[in-house]
Design a protein around this ligand. Structure first.
Ligand SMILES: [Zn+2]
Length: 160
């Protein structure tokens, strides 16, 4: 019997003027970026938590504490690659991942396929197993007021 596991991840970062905006491993030109200890890639953080959650291996804060200088300003793609390597070490393969980015502006559609390709490369799986979706919140809540970005993610992993 294949040992299937699913996991869920959720992350929020505040937005502030003049910071880099990096989502799903892709830098996006915008007036605001995420406030963070790392590069603030909120999509990758949610995805890491979904993958770690599926394997019941804790969360991103446990593995990469934001009190550590090692992770200051770190490219979150490095964290995602480390999570994927940890799962492989535990005998898991990644079935698929799916995430939803909630952000009022800018329009993310032009960047979605590049995000999928970057994430797939880091996870070592085909891009057709990686889904990235973006939605506004119709001006409602902190995302709608452009005070922050939230991302939820799910992942399915399995041990053959
Ligand atoms: Zn984060």
């Amino acid at each position: 019997m294949t040992d299937f596991r699913i996991g869920h991840g959720y992350d929020v970062h505040a937005l502030d003027d003049g910071l880099r905006l990096v989502l799903g491993g892709v830098e996006i030109p915008h007036a605001k970026g995420c406030v963070a200890h790392s590069d603030g890639d909120v999509a990758i953080h949610a995805l890491c938590d979904a993958l770690l959650g599926a394997a019941a291996l804790g969360d991103i804060g446990l593995h990469f504490p934001d009190s550590s200088d090692e992770f200051r300003g770190i490219d979150s793609r490095i964290l995602l690659r480390r999570v994927a390597a940890l799962l492989r070490k535990k005998g898991y393969a990644i079935g698929n991942v799916d995430c939803t980015i909630r952000m009022q502006r800018p329009k993310l559609r032009p960047y979605i396929d590049r995000m999928r390709e970057a994430l797939a490369a880091d996870l070592g799986i085909d891009a057709d197993r990686v889904s990235v979706k973006a939605t506004t919140t119709e001006q409602l809540g902190f995302e709608g007021r452009e005070e922050g970005v939230s991302v939820s993610a799910v992942a399915l992993i399995f041990r053959p």
